[in-house]
Design a protein. Structure first.
Ligand code: PLP
Length: 414
């Protein structure tokens, strides 16, 4: 039987592996080494002729493999590779699939640390153009003969811009470009980038998928939509067998084995536990986010609220079409008077003053003096990060309690 519902499928995914003693969870396998009875098998695991065997835990464990199969199922992909963090997964994609002389087109509205990696890539000889991806024209205008990859996030943090995901997918397909979509904010509970022809999907598992702020992890999923046989940067060693597997083979060897960002088995287990309730958590947090966004939008001390579920959002219609299940747990709002920012935030009692996203608890952070501080005032202005901007990651608290907390805190805004 092949369940139609994601939660049903996830709840029964571990026991399909044939767990010892009929256990319902895949155990935490902490072995670093794996032993063999015959030397031919040890040789076979190095040469790739022995399938499904483990070798050295940096390249994967039964615990990370169980999580990878869950992620592949969630994204409707061909296969996945788990990493120690979302940044390890993102860095592995860039460092293993781009070379000096290549060109990358990226959305201007991406996670700050990803933006910082773009700077590093520049120093390694990969040219990066940061464009307004809310329209496909922004991407198309940046195309060069050496463009290899396009990178966007489904809902950008913290501004909540929604790129023209479907049109960019069609553009990438027409030009043979690898389309990489960071699905962290929406997660596969709200959106599958495979549906817009993304070739690779990255997820920070630390956020929505693990969901409890108690585990770090990241993943890359190959959707099977990209033709690797036409990609010039696949090394000869990985151009073997069905081209559908070439990309993941290279990312696993060059990204996981060589760069070393392996996911610890304990973390894989925690992430898999969190993922069991993914769809329930995302539905609750998205409904709360919409309720809080509506409250804030009507508040006299608030200049602007960015939430794709609001009719006032510039990409509201697109978000409604792409994410019918909700617009995620992420919103941001701008105080009319940035001078009152600290007073307002210090009065919050329930919402936690913390960085981080996708927790069961509501987290709030003033954006300009923290996560976008290093970027500097010019870059902040370009990205539309105002001094009074506050990012909110909705948790699972009762929405009425949260709204009451923001209401009393905003009284400090005068
Ligand atoms: C947090 C985040 C990442 C990085 O994930 P880590 O697990 O913290 O390394 C990448 N992309 C987005 C959109 C994020 O929010």
């Amino acid at each position: 039987m092949n369940p139609s519902d994601l939660t049903t499928a996830l709840l029964h995914s571990d026991r399909r592996f044939g767990v010892e003693h009929g256990g319902l969870h895949k155990p935490i396998h902490t072995s670093v080494q794996y032993g063999f009875d015959r030397v031919e098998d040890l040789i076979g695991v190095f040469q790739g002729s022995l399938k499904g065997a483990y070798n050295y835990a940096r390249q994967g464990t039964p615990s990370s493999a169980a999580l990878e199969s869950m992620l592949t199922r969630m994204e409707g992909g061909l296969g996945s590779i788990a990493f120690s963090t979302g940044m390890a997964a993102i860095a592995a994609v860039f460092l293993t699939l781009l070379r000096s002389g290549d060109h990358l087109i990226a959305s201007r509205h991406v996670f700050g640390n990803t933006n910082s990696v773009f700077g590093t890539l520049g120093d390694f000889g990969v040219a990066v153009d940061k464009v307004d991806a809310t329209s496909v024209q922004g991407v198309a205008a940046a195309l060069r003969p050496n463009t290899r990859m396009v990178f966007v996030e489904t809902i950008a943090n913290p501004g909540t811009q929604v790129p023209d995901l479907a049109a960019i997918g069609a553009f990438c397909r027409a030009h043979g470009l690898l389309y990489v979509v960071d699905n962290t904010v929406t997660s596969p509970a709200l959106f599958r980038p495979a549906s817009v022809d993304a070739g690779l999907v990255v997820n920070s598992l630390s956020k929505t998928i693990a969901g409890h702020g108690a585990a770090l992890g990241g993943a890359v999923t190959d959707t099977g939509r990209f033709d690797w046989s036409a990609y010039p940067n696949v090394f000869a060693a990985y151009r073997k067998g069905d081209p559908a597997g070439w990309g993941l083979a290279q990312i696993r060897k060059k990204g996981l084995r060589d760069l070393g960002g392996a996911l610890a088995p304990e973390q894989a287990h925690r992430i898999a536990l969190g993922a069991e309730t993914l769809t329930l958590r995302v539905a609750r947090a998205s409904a709360s986010a919409l309720a809080l966004a509506r409250f804030l939008e009507a508040h006299p001390a608030v200049a602007r609220v960015a939430y794709p579920g609001l009719a006032s959002h510039p990409q509201h219609a697109r978000a409604a079409e792409l994410f019918p299940g909700g617009s995620s747990w992420l919103l941001s709002f701008e105080l009319k008077d940035p001078a009152r920012l600290n007073d307002v935030m210090n009065r919050l009692r329930l919402a936690v003053l913390a960085t981080g996203l996708g927790d069961t608890r509501t987290l709030v952070i003033p954006v300009a003096p923290t996560i976008f501080w290093e970027a500097g005032p010019t870059a902040r202005a370009e990205m539309g990060i105002a001094d009074g901007l506050v990012r909110v990651s909705l948790g699972l608290e009762e929405p009425a309690d949260l709204i009451a907390d923001f209401e009393q805190a905003l009284a400090a805004a005068g």
